[in-house]
Design a protein around this ligand. Sequence first.
Ligand code: HEC
Length: 142
Amino acid sequence: MGQANLFPNLRDADWQWGGTPEQIEQTIRNGRLAVMVSWQALLNDEGVENMAAYVMSLSGSPDTNHPGKGQYDMFCIACHGPNGDDNPLLGAPKLNDDTWLYQGDLESIKESIAVGRNGQMPAFNETLDDVQIKLLTAWLSQ
Ligand code: HEC
């Protein structure tokens, strides 16, 4: 909770790119670029609407007969898994915990799907020295 739009909460146990000290250090050093493409052309308006509704249901009790499920299973599970679990290797966030990088209302989820999202974390390799990076990593890993 407490995610102010685009900036993830660093005080919970939910890590988009993995929460081990090694993964956190990697994130700080090299930055991260999330690739979630636009699905508008493939799904069209009705498909985006159905998909957003299905994605919202993943946080509660997913309806296995939902009209969005077929396309979800086809296009989304490679990164988001069959149940909306996260994939830290790709930076794919959980879609089933009602915690959102880009808000969890229907319109925002539709926008995530239709337009795509490319969240970016800058690299700090040049700005911070090794000691600073180690200290930050240790502090964030607690
Ligand atoms: C190639 C991997 C990949 C595929 C395939 C993919 N996504 Fe994503 N998705 C991501 C990544 C990475 C992010 C995080 C984007 C960011 O941090 O800016 C994301 C973010 C999202 C979000 C925003 C989540 C939030 O917390 O606000 C939604 C909703 C979403 N995806 C739904 C879908 C749906 C529906 C599909 C299938 C049509 C899909 N994704 C297919 C990688 C993928």
